[in-house]
Ligand binder design. Structure first.
Ligand code: NAD
Ligand code: UGA
Length: 454
């Protein structure tokens, strides 16, 4: 069997590496139009930073896993084609700022239609609005050949991709359940996952349920974060401690303890885009009340980022002009180099608009990436890029912790304080530091959802 995956990104690369690893008899071609990305996958410096991914890639690359820019050859030879391209928020025309831009998906469907000599199984791996499979089906049907379109959304989270792929909570496969060909195609895909996932974890549904389940899962996850973040504002106003509230609330098995960590807001390439898409779909299907409900989740996230940067400005006597502020972490979460929609962007922009001097340190994000995200030049006098958190905090008035990288919890904060200006502030946007110890060392501390820290 030969598999082709179109799109060598954060999903395509790791997902196909796992399939190649678990199925040595299947040849897996991962193709992309981005030649730099493919060169990177073929080098020692992978484009995606994920714990334990490098070793897996090395074990199977050029054995049964191949990275290439030759999209057409790989598509033509494949029995199963995964579409794993980006589906960003549309920037123009109908649905701008809300709907998904499906142009990359459509381009894939057209390539498949153009070069295929026989019918194949085509799998939507990208996150799609419900009923997108119709678009792909219609384009493929124009060839006169018989294709089966399946929906197999990916649930991995960045930073834990390898463990999520190796041991998923579930694998979801949607297809044309009404026909024998449809059911056969679902079973073929299921048989690949069954090499390492137990059958009871493989959920088979119709196409539309599968597409909608993915959007709903991300909406529910984002909703939990906005829920606890909304309570964090109330904690700060009342003196309650959001971590204690989360523990007490999450101990109810009906609620559960995961995904209740209060923060500066969720980031990442998907929550925002998938929520906006869900809202757009609700409006499209004339369900304004449902759209309004989900819009609240997005609004709380924006509020949380703004609240945090406002707190910094306010604490530093409403004057941060020319003040050096150390920024600890820029990626949207720990253990990834991904900065898409990271809350750090909005927070840093707010601080830069007050002419603060930001000294950045992130273990995986480059200065070039930070400048591109903030739309500033590397030579801008308001930014500095440091090789260590110690360097970033020298002469700083404040440390602003934006990403929960483990190394930030292990620093010598006594040494750091001696090199900082006084009073020395720490704004812990992830509630991951030992606040009691920091207070003892003489820092002024603000943490999300912690009433009075003194
Ligand atoms: P990405 O931007 O990292 O990768 C997409 C890749 O597709 C890019 O390298 C791009 O060059 C390539 N591409 C675009 N059009 C192409 C074409 N016509 N032919 C060949 N290559 C093409 O995106 P990603 O983060 O991997 O996400 C992909 C999809 O998976 C999205 O729909 C996303 O919502 C979904 N998803 C992402 C994650 C995640 O953790 N990032 C998790 C689950 C689902
Ligand atoms: C998320 C989902 O968890 C995956 O299941 C899904 O496949 C993926 O989106 C996707 O569709 O792209 P990801 O965005 O990679 O994965 O990472 P998460 O762990 O979900 O974190 C998202 C954001 O929420 C991060 O900024 C994180 O710091 C924040 N977060 C998470 C919190 O603020 N509090 C929490 O309790 C959990």
């Amino acid at each position: 069997m030969r598999i082709c995956c179109i799109g060598a990104g954060y999903v395509g690369g790791p997902t196909m590496t796992m399939i190649a690893h678990k199925c040595s008899d299947i040849i897996v071609d991962v193709v992309d139009i981005n030649a730099d990305r493919i060169a990177s996958w073929n080098s020692d410096n992978l484009p995606v930073f994920e714990p334990n991914l490098d070793g897996l890639v090395k074990e199977v690359r050029n054995k049964n896993l191949f990275f290439s820019t030759d999209v057409e050859t790989a598509v033509e030879r494949a029995d199963i084609i995964f579409i794993s391209v980006n589906t960003p928020t549309k920037k123009y025309g109908y649905g701008a700022g809300r709907a998904s831009d499906l142009s990359y998906v459509e381009a894939c469907a057209r390539t498949i239609a153009k070069v295929s000599k026989t019918g194949k199984i085509v799998v939507e791996k990208s996150t799609m609005p419900v009923r997108t499979a119709d678009v792909i089906k219609t384009i493929l049907a124009s060839t006169g050949m018989k294709f089966q379109v399946l929906s197999n959304p990916e649930f991995l989270a960045e930073g834990t991709a390898v463990q999520d792929l190796e041991n998923p909570d579930r694998v979801l496969i949607g297809g044309d359940e009404e026909t024998q060909e449809g059911r056969d195609a679902i079973d073929v895909l299921a048989s690949i996952y069954e090499r390492w996932v137990s059958p009871e974890k493989i959920i088979k549904t119709n196409l539309w349920s599968s597409e909608l389940s993915k959007l709903t899962a991300n909406a529910f996850l984002a909703q939990r974060i906005s829920s606890i973040n909304s309570i964090s504002a109330l904690c700060e106003a009342t003196g309650a401690d959001v971590d204690q509230v989360a523990t007490a609330v999450g101990s109810d098995t009906r609620i559960g303890s995961k995904f209740l960590k209060s923060s500066i807001g969720y980031g990442g390439s998907c929550f925002q885009k998938d929520l906006l898409n869900l809202i757009y779909l609700c409006e499209h299907f004339n369900l304004p009340e449902v759209a309004k409900y989900w819009r609240g989740v997005v609004e709380i996230n924006e509020y949380q980022k703004k609240r945090f940067s406002d707190k910094i400005v306010e604490s530093l006597f409403r004057n941060i002009c020319g003040k050096r502020i150390a920024i600890f972490g820029f990626s949207f979460k720990e253990n990834t180099n991904d900065t898409r929609e990271t809350p750090a962007i909005d927070i840093c922009r707010n601080l830069l608009s007050e002419n603060a001097v930001l000294a950045f340190y992130d273990p995986q994000v480059s200065a070039e990436q930070i400048c591109a995200d903030l739309q500033i030049e590397k030579t801008d006098s308001r930014v500095e890029f440091c090789k260590s958190p110690y360097e970033a905090s020298e002469n700083a008035h404040a440390i602003v912790l934006l990403t929960h990288w483990d190394e930030f919890t292990k620093l010598d904060y006594e040494k750091i304080k001696k090199a900082m200006m006084s009073p020395a502030w720490i704004f812990d946007g992830r509630n991951c530091l030992n606040h009691r110890l920091l207070l003892e060392l003489g820092y002024l501390v603000h943490a999300v959802g912690k009433g009075n820290l003194s």
